[in-house]
Design a binder for this molecule. Sequence first.
Ligand SMILES: [Zn+2]
Length: 449
Amino acid sequence: MQDMNALIDNLLERHHDKLNTRAILIERNAIENAYPAMKANLTPGKWLVAVDDNTWRVAGERLAAVLDENGQEWERYDVVGHEGEKYPMCDDERIAEYQQALVDSGASAGVAVGSGTINDIVKLAAYNVEKPMACICTAPSMNGYTSGIAAVLSDGVKTTVPCVAPTVVVADLDVMAESPQRMVQSGLGDLLSKPVSNSDWQMSAILNGTFHSAEAMEIIEAGSKMLDGVAPKLPEQDREAVAGLTGSLMLSGLAMSVAGSSSPASGGEHLISHYIDMTAHSFDLPFDFHGCQVGVGTLTSAHIYERLQALDPSTIDIDALTNNLMSWDDYSKVLEERFGILYKAVAKHAELAYPTPEVYRARLTKLVAQWDEVIAAIRQTLRTRQSIEDELRAANCPVRYSELGVDGHRALAAITWSKDIRNRYTILHLAWELGHLEEWAEEALDILY
Ligand SMILES: [Zn+2]
C-alpha cells in the first residue's frame, strides 16, 4: 500500500502542470488525517460541505468533527432527491442549486462527501464559480474522483462536461470497504472497461487521427497492475484489495485529466451505460450503478471485437456500403422515431458524428488498407469476453443485462442506438459502418441477456 501511495504522489508531482489534484489520501483513518492537506489546498474561509443522509452517516459526521476540532468554519448542505425521484441525480438543476448555495453562503470552497453524484455536482458547481473543492469519497464506485470532467444529465442526455478535478481527494479505506457491495462491484466494472475502451481509443487514433496520449496510457497501465488478484478478495472487504481498487480508480481518473478527455477510459461500453441511464431517467425504467452497467457493456464490446477480428477484410464492399449510406436528413428521422422526447438533445451530438459519404468511404478504405495495423493496435489492450467475465464474476459483479433489470428490447437498443448520443468514434460506430452492428448485437445478447 505504501508503494501505491508513493507511486500516486510521484504521478501528482510529475504531471503537476496538467493536474489540478494536489493530494490523494488512501489509507485507514484518512478522514482524521485529511485536514492538513485540505487546509493547504482549499481557500481559507467557510467551506460548504455537501452530503446526503447516507454519506453524512458514513463519513460526514467524522469530517465535521475533524473540521470543528481544527476550528475550521463550515456549513452543511444537503443534496436531496426531487419529488418523484428515487435517487438524486447530477443534473442541471442540482448543479445550479449548489452553485447558488456557494454564492449565498459566502463559501470559499466546496467539499463533497459522497461518490459519483455528489462529487460531480460539487465539482461542476465549484468550477462554475471558480472555487476549489475537495472530495471525501464514500465508495470505490467509479473513476471520476480525480477526473476533470463531470457526468451530467443535461436536457435528458447523459454527457460529460469539462471542469476541474478536486484539489484534495480523501479515501478512507474502512469507509470504502464497508460501502455497499454493489458500489464496490461498480468500481471494478468501471475499471475493467479498459481493455475495450483503450482499443476504441487506439482504433480511432488510426482511423480518424484523433488524439492519443502515451502518457495517459502509461498511467492507466500502472493502475491496471494494481488490480492484480483484487477481484476475488473484494466480497470479503479485504482492505488491501479495496486499496488496490481505489488506487486504480484514482489513476484512471488522473489519466483522463492528463489526456484532457475521458477517451482513455470511456468508449462504446460507456455509451451503452449512458443509454441505460438516459432511458431510465426519461421513461422511469430500471437501472444499476454506472460501473455495473459499464461491466456488461464491456462484455458486449469485447464480443463485438471478437467478431471484428474474425472478419475477412476482403469481404468489406466499400462501394455498396457507401452507396447505401442514408443522408443525414433521412437518418435524423430514424433518430426521431427512436428517441422520442430525447430526440432534439440526441440529434445535436449525432449530427457531429454522422459521416458524409466522403468521410465514410475514406474511413472504410483506410480500415481495409491498414487492417493488420488496426487489429494489432486493438489487440494491445484487448482481452477476451470470457476472461473479463471471469474477473467480474470473481467479485460477484453483474454480467448479464437481465441482472441490471434491463429487458432484451432495451438492451438491444442500448447496443445498437447508443452510438448516436455522443460524438466519439467507438467499436459500435465501426460495427455500424460495416453494416454488422445489428447482427453482432443480437449475437452478443444471446450470450449476455
Ligand atoms: Zn466510467
